[in-house]
Structure formats: C-alpha cells, structure tokens
Design a protein around this ligand. Structure first.
Ligand SMILES: C[S@@+](CC[C@H](N)C(=O)[O-])C[C@H]1O[C@@H](n2cnc3c(N)ncnc32)[C@H](O)[C@@H]1O
Length: 170
C-alpha cells in the first residue's frame, strides 16, 4: 500500500519542509529568466514555490488533490505563476514543452516499469537545452540512467551524485 500523502497534507501544511538543496543550488546558477518548469509529483509545492518566487512559471502535477489545492492557495497569496494539475502520473502526458522538469522523490512511488514509462513520456516535452532534475532513491538511478541512454546523443549529465541525477538536452 503506497504512503498516503493526501492524508499527510490534510494533517500538516508544508509537511516536507524546506526545498531540496540540490535544486536550490541548481536554480542559483541557472541563468535563464521566466522559463517554463514542470514539477512532477509536486506535493504541497516546497520546490514549486521557491522556483516560482524566482520568476519562473511552474506547472505542478500531483495525484493528491489536497497538495494541489494547498499549492494553488499559496501561489495565489503570493501572486506566483503556478498552475496545478491533479493527475496520476501513470496516465499523464504533458500538453506543453518545458525548460526544466523537476522530479523530487516521486519516481520511487511508482513500480519499476511504470516509473521508466513516465520518464519516457516526459522527455520529449523537454525543450532543447532544457534540463531534467531528478532526486530519488540511489538504487533506482541506474535504470533511470538507461532511459536517457536510449537517446544517448540527446542528453548530457550535469549532476550524477548520490541520489541525484540532473540531465541536460543538447
Ligand atoms: C515524497 S513526496 C514528494 C513531494 C514533492 N516532490 C516534494 O519533494 O516536496 C511524493 C509525491 O508523489 C506524489 N505521487 C505519488 N504517486 C503519484 C502518482 N502516481 N501520480 C502523481 N503523483 C504521485 C504524492 O502524492 C506525493 O506528493
């Protein structure tokens, strides 16, 4: 039985704490302004909110209606450019293209095969020069690597350490 994040979000606002440092560090150095960012499994938006505060446009996708509702309430309070989609990643295909895709500890929630299928559906929606930032269990990263390797000429690694894999489309 997967962990019930919707119940957690109902009990506690900002349950997952501060944004993930590796993502904060990436955006500190990122030299593009007002880009389109997709946050898959955004939860209550600890990453989506800090990214939008930098002036980027964020689309957050999560299966938890409570997470998306709270994200949109925070976005409205701060007048941030965030849109929210309640969707199951097993069925989700983006209908736009993105400069950065953030997937922070979401892929491990899916079984091994669908986890890779989700990634295969998302990668075509990354713009040229765009980046995919993944944080996940270290043991899942080799298979995730393989998905990028299916289109080897298209992707270069910009961070590959511990539980992080950041790739850029060339
Ligand atoms: C560990 S939390 C991470 C949330 C957020 N990325 C963060 O770092 O704060 C995992 C998130 O994945 C979402 N999730 C799990 N399975 C999902 C699915 N099949 N489709 C969409 N979201 C899913 C959960 O609702 C939860 O918000």
């Amino acid at each position: 039985m997967p962990y019930d994040y919707d119940a957690l979000y109902q009990e506690q606002r900002h349950a997952l704490g501060e944004p993930t440092k590796a993502f904060v560090d990436f955006f500190k150095k990122y030299d593009q302004s007002s880009v389109q960012v997709l946050d898959l499994g955004c939860g209550q938006g600890r990453d989506a909110l800090f990214i939008a505060r930098l002036g980027h446009h964020v689309t957050g996708v999560d299966v938890s209606p409570t997470g998306i509702e709270q994200l949109l309430a925070d976005a409205e309070n701060e007048n941030l450019a965030i849109s929210g989609v309640v969707a199951d990643l097993h069925d989700y295909s983006p209908d736009a293209t993105f400069d950065v895709v953030v997937i922070d500890r979401t892929l491990h929630m899916l079984d091994a095969e669908p986890r890779l299928d989700v990634l295969r559906r998302i990668l075509p929606a990354v713009k040229p020069d765009g980046c995919v930032l993944i944080a996940d269990e270290k043991s899942n990263l080799p298979a995730i690597h393989e998905v990028f390797a299916e289109d080897d000429a298209l992707w270069t690694s910009i961070k590959d350490a511990r539980s992080f894999l950041f790739m850029q489309k060339v």
